[in-house]
Structures are given as structure tokens and as C-alpha cells.
Design a protein around this ligand. Structure first.
Ligand code: PLP
Length: 417
């Protein structure tokens, strides 16, 4: 063991992982007769009792529509729903709940922003993205570019899977109107130095959009310290329910943006001659919102905040260190994404094996990973692979599970090559 892995293992050992795992009922099951080893957290994370119970309680005790103010249940639902918004505000350290808009997830949030910024773009303007973006942070900008005549400028990545900073510097310029970057790569695990890049982009007058989908499950962002204009994430990767996500935005930009969808809730007054918009955040929340889901997300954040965050981060790094130490025990295994600063995500290939075969055979052992292009085809092109296998960890994973993964990989490699 290296000094670093000894240190992280010691810090991690202050966590009672067994107790934590008992909070996640799904983890206790068997798959194909084997105890489930769930290593697909990057795709979607599992839910603790705190989330399941909060949503159950909402439906059993207070379900009603929100913001109608006519009766007790409606008031209770509204208090819980808006309480969750305040929880998210505090989690991100946003200045005001007016800046916290519910969306269906990261994808919808980026679409809301891209749509809202259309009027700010002219032909020849540039939108900076990177080669390591998820399709959710490429395609909406491509659609916007087509609508406005703007151009998409992809920042290169290095062979280690870090953002190529000289490429960033050469592409950032006075034509850059928008910089849309991921905080953490879903394929590589790379943590990008977004605070610095936001400052550079803002000094050129660009609007900055950060995709936090893969960051928030591992560390807590501070949107005021980052000084970004927009920060977005999905609840389901943060141990909360599906169907809800968050768009944080700078207030003056949100005020200036047109709504994404029309309907109830988002209006102040409607007449056939003219309709006026509701105040923030409701201007962007047409229709009955995902009430139980908002409450569930609030409960997920409360649960996370009740844990020892530094110990969790150390435990996650210990998982990553163990992976790195074991890679050489699998002949022909190569990790894609070896950045110095990473969350516990390991994309890999094994010479002579197709990623989907690796996934299927691991599943037979009860081990769930993801295989394929991970909605990052430009990145697959860069690494000249059709896809990868990816094990992505959460704080409830154990070093024993890492060992099981590598044991299974060694077996698959021996049998199939
Ligand atoms: N951005 C990143 C970095 C992701 O990893 C994902 C999902 O994997 C998304 C965006 C899209 O998230 P959602 O499907 O929840 O909208």
C-alpha cells in the first residue's frame, strides 16, 4: 500500500460503512444468486430510507397541490416543497431560493438555459464546450448554434483525460459568449479546475454554465465561490429520486431569460391580449411541479449532510486508490482517464474483450457496471474506442467490493482471452 492509500484508508475507517449500507435497502439483495455489488452509481445512485420515507410520508400525510393556499394539506405540501428548495439553496450556497429552479434533471436544465440565451447570440458567436462533455452538454448547444448561427468550439482533452488548458486558452476569446463545461467527467472521473476557467471566461464577458451532474454526489459545490452563472445537476445521481433536477442561475440572467414552457404556475396574469410572467423561480416552472420528488431530493441532501463528509471523501479516494493498485493484476487492462484529480470512477478496457461482454459476465457475478459510450461519443472518438466498461463508486461501496470486481475481471480475462 502507498502512503496515500494508507492515509485515506485510515480516514475512511472512521466511517461505519455497514451502518451506512443498512440505510440503503436495495443493496441487501442478491442478483443471480450473488450479493449485489452495485458499481453503476455514475448512471444513477441508490436511495436511502431517509428519501424513501420522506416521499412515502408526503403521499400518506400531505399530498395535495402546492401554491394553492386553500386548505391545510395544500399548505403542508407547500411548506415541505419550498423547504426542499431552501435545502438545495443551502447545499449550493446560493444567495436566494429565487435562483433555484426545479427541472426534470440536468438535461432539461441545460435545455432551459440554452433556449433562454438564444437572444444573446449572433452569427459567428462562439460557444465553448469540451471534448469530455456528456451529450446533454453538447446537443442543446448544437441546437442553439444552429438556431443562431453561432459556432461550437470543443476544448481538447489530454491523453490522461484532463482538459487541455493550452487548447482552452487558444479557443477562449472575445467571440466566446458561452462556456459550458462539466465539473466532473462521467467517463473519466476527472475533476476540472472550473473555478479558474470560470474566472477566465468571465473576464472575456462569457456566460458560464457548469454541469454538476457527476460532481455533487462526491463533493459540495459553492456557486458563489465558483462565481458561475449557471450550475445544474440531477437528483437521481445524488441519492434522490428520478424526475427532478436543479437549475441554479444568476438572478439578472434568469430575469432576462424567456420562459421555457408556458402554462399554469409560470404566469402572473393571462389574457388573450397579453400574458405576463410570474416571478422567479416560478417563471420557469410551468404546470404542477414534481412535489414528492422535490421533497425526496431535500431528504437526500439532509441525509448526506448528516454524514461525515471529509470521511466520505477519504473513503471514496481509498476505493479509487485500491482500483489503481489492482489494475496491473488484470493482464491487458487499461484505465481510460488517469487525471491527477479524480472522483472514484474507473473507465477501462481489457485487450481482446468487448466492453459489453465484460458487463454481461460481471452481471452474472452480481456486479453491476455500465458499458458503452456513456453518452460521450466525441470522447470515445478521441480515445478511439467504441465504448468502455465503467465502474463508478459511491460512499456505500466497500474495499471488499473493489476486490470482488477485480477478482471477477481476472477470471473473465483468463476464460475469454
Ligand atoms: N451530465 C453528466 C456529466 C452526466 O453524467 C449525465 C448523466 O449521466 C447528464 C449530464 C444527464 O443527466 P440526466 O440524464 O439526469 O439529465
Amino acid at each position: 500500500m502507498t502512503d496515500l492509500s494508507v492515509a485515506t484508508s485510515l480516514a475512511a475507517s472512521t466511517l461505519d460503512i455497514d451502518a451506512i449500507r443498512n440505510e440503503f435497502p436495495i443493496l441487501g439483495q442478491t442478483v443471480h444468486g450473488k450479493p449485489l455489488v452495485y458499481l453503476d452509481n455514475g448512471a444513477s445512485a441508490q436511495k436511502p430510507f431517509a428519501v424513501l420515507d420522506a416521499m412515502d410520508r408526503y403521499y400518506r400525510e400531505m399530498h395535495s397541490n402546492v401554491h394553492r393556499g386553500a386548505h391545510t394539506l395544500g399548505d403542508r405540501a407547500t411548506v415541505a416543497f419550498e423547504g426542499a428548495r431552501e435545502t438545495v439553496r443551502a447545499f449550493l450556497n446560493a444567495a436566494d431560493t429565487r435562483q433555484i429552479i426545479w427541472t426534470r434533471g440536468t438535461t432539461e436544465a441545460i435545455n432551459v438555459i440554452a433556449n433562454g440565451l438564444a437572444e444573446k447570440l449572433n452569427p459567428g458567436d462562439e460557444i465553448l464546450v469540451s471534448q469530455m462533455e456528456h451529450h446533454a452538454n453538447i446537443v442543446p448547444w448544437q441546437m442553439l448554434a444552429e438556431r443562431t448561427g453561432a459556432k461550437l468550439m470543443p476544448v481538447q482533452v489530454t491523453p490522461a483525460g484532463e482538459l487541455d488548458l493550452p487548447s482552452f486558452d487558444s479557443l477562449l476569446g472575445e467571440r466566446t459568449r458561452i462556456m459550458a463545461l462539466t465539473h466532473v467527467s462521467n467517463v473519466l472521473g476527472t475533476i476540472n479546475p472550473v473555478q479558474d476557467l470560470i474566472a477566465r471566461a468571465r473576464s472575456q464577458g462569457a456566460i458560464t454554465v457548469i454541469d454538476g451532474a457527476q460532481a455533487v454526489p462526491h463533493f459540495q459545490p459553492d456557486v458563489q465561490a465558483l462565481d458561475c452563472d449557471f450550475y445544474v445537476f440531477s437528483s437521481h445521481k445524488l441519492f434522490g429520486p428520478t424526475g427532478i433536477g436543479v437549475l441554479y442561475g444568476r438572478e439578472e440572467l434568469l430575469e432576462a431569460m424567456p420562459p421555457f414552457m408556458g402554462g399554469g404556475e409560470m404566469i402572473e396574469r393571462v389574457s388573450f391580449e397579453r400574458t405576463t410572467w410570474n416571478t422567479l423561480p416560478y417563471k420557469f416552472e410551468a404546470g404542477t411541479p414534481p412535489i414528492a420528488e422535490a421533497i425526496g431530493l431535500g431528504a437526500a441532501i439532509d441525509y448526506l449532510q448528516s454524514l461525515d463528509r471529509p470521511a466520505i471523501e477519504a473513503a471514496e479516494q481509498a476505493l479509487l486508490n485500491r482500483c489503481n493498485e489492482l489494475v496491473e493484476t488484470v493482464p491487458g487492462m487499461e484505465v481510460i482517464g488517469t487525471a491527477a484529480s479524480k472522483v472514484p470512477v474507473m473507465s477501462f478496457k481489457i485487450a481482446g474483450l468487448h466492453p459489453s461482454d465484460i458487463g454481461t459476465l460481471l452481471d452474472q457475478q452480481g456486479i453491476a457496471i455500465r458499458t458503452g459510450h456513456h453518452c460521450a461519443m466525441p470522447l470515445m472518438d478521441f480515445f478511439s474506442v467504441p465504448g468502455t466498461a465503467r465502474a463508478s463508486f459511491a460512499f456505500y461501496n466497500t474495499l471488499a467490493e473493489v476486490d470482488q470486481l477485480f477478482q471477477a475481471l481476472r477470471k473473465i480475462q483468463r476464460l475469454l482471452t
